[in-house]
Design a protein around this ligand. Structure first.
Ligand SMILES: C[S@@+](CC[C@H](N)C(=O)[O-])C[C@H]1O[C@@H](n2cnc3c(N)ncnc32)[C@H](O)[C@@H]1O
Length: 357
């Protein structure tokens, strides 16, 4: 039990952290850094009921997240409250528990020989919103999109300023697409996803935001439309490849949609393929668990290979090589974005070859 007790406490604290997020308690604690509160004071400030906050404090003070002193005085370290604001990636990782824990019986059944292949997208109605929120956090933290484009280099930022044709596979709720399209009005964007509902919502949102240089369409990354062949200067991919049923097909298709010269950037999870080495880092548990409950599961559910989020940089490079990308054509950027690697693939002379550098 010695090993398990802290995990049990952590799991329950995690769910109370999420409840506190929805009640707006972290935001209130953040507004008053290191303040000592009576529970009625905290409730007044956060517009909450005392009976509920008292129980909540019981969970999180026992778990060591909050401090509770004699006289029922509550305090929260300012860095804890800041880390749990809605814009934080850490808070976002906590809220992933909402869709992982909701599906335990279905996921458990998939383990069994003769059980279902996986749990599919249609059983995760909140996933796209959660993913959009995560992408939003990343965008904020990376001064996206300009910060990201300058980080990948190779003239991508300059070419986008001049005006190029961009394809984005697996756009989900379009957070990246709309951010980039708005920042680079001279370029034109085609963003697609297999999820028709997400595409319809994106169209409405883009119209509301007055973004006119983006076309949201449905499409399958593993079976790219023939009219896209030889048509784009730049393909940008965000957190999509490892979810696909047939990533090898998608990787092969990438060269075909690029003009003779062009560039691909692929953001994906940064782990090592060496599971023994990777699992020495405890945070990896979060990545594997999201993968177990979603990334691997959705891929397997449609008869796919189920790469999983932790497929790793080594395997990604190997598969890109097998898909026809030569060693000299692939550059990998790690460490610039937390938990992510960016693969930059250059076809021909890259954007320079199209006079766009
Ligand atoms: C992890 S989400 C990433 C979404 C978005 N790029 C982001 O970063 O917020 C992966 C996306 O890939 C999409 N997807 C899965 N299989 C696909 C396929 N075969 N073709 C196109 N999109 C696919 C999913 O619907 C989902 O929107």
């Amino acid at each position: 039990m010695d090993k398990l007790a802290p995990l049990l406490v952590g799991a329950h604290a995690g769910s109370a952290i999420i409840a506190g997020h929805y009640a707006g308690l972290w935001a209130t604690l953040h507004e008053h850094p290191d303040r000592k509160w009576t529970i009625p004071e905290l409730c007044d400030a956060a517009d909450c009921k005392e009976r509920w906050v008292r129980e909540w404090v019981g969970v999180l003070a026992s778990a060591g997240v909050l401090t509770l002193e004699e006289g029922m005085i509550v305090s929260c370290d300012s860095d804890v409250a800041t880390t749990l604001l809605p814009s934080s990636e850490v808070l976002h990782f906590f809220t992933s528990l909402e869709f992982t824990m909701d599906k335990e019986p279905e996921i458990g059944a998939c383990f069994k020989k003769g059980g279902p292949l996986g749990v599919g997208y249609n059983q995760y109605p909140n996933f796209q919103d959660w993913m959009a929120g995560w992408s939003h956090c990343r965008n904020e933290n990376q001064n996206f999109p300009e910060g990201y484009m300058k980080m990948v280099g190779d003239g991508v930022h300059e070419a986008l300023e001049k005006g190029i044709k961009v394809l984005e596979p697996g756009c989900g709720r379009g957070r990246h697409a709309m951010g980039v399209a708005k920042r680079y009005p001279n370029s034109s964007f085609t963003s697609f996803d297999i999820d028709e509902e997400a595409i319809e919502l994106n169209k409405v949102e883009a119209e509301k935001l007055g973004i006119e240089n983006i076309d949201f369409v449905t499409g399958d990354f593993c079976n790219l439309k023939p009219e896209w062949t030889n048509n784009f200067d730049y393909v940008m991919i965000f957190d999509c490849m490892h979810d696909l049923p047939h990533p090898a097909l998608a990787m092969k298709g990438l060269k075909g949609v690029l003009k003779d010269n062009g560039i691909v950037t692929m953001l994906d999870i940064d782990t090592s393929t060496d599971m023994v080495a990777q699992t020495k880092k405890p945070i990896t548990a979060v990545l594997y668990n999201i993968s177990l409950h979603h990334c691997m599961s959705v891929s397997l559910s449609s008869g796919g290979v189920g790469l999983g989020a932790c497929w790793g940089v080594e395997l990604a490079q190997q598969m890109l090589g097998e898909a026809g990308w030569g060693e000299g054509e692939i550059r990998v950027i790690t460490k610039d974005i937390p938990n992510h690697a960016v693969y930059v693939m250059t076809k021909g002379k890259g954007l320079e070859g199209n006079g766009l550098h």
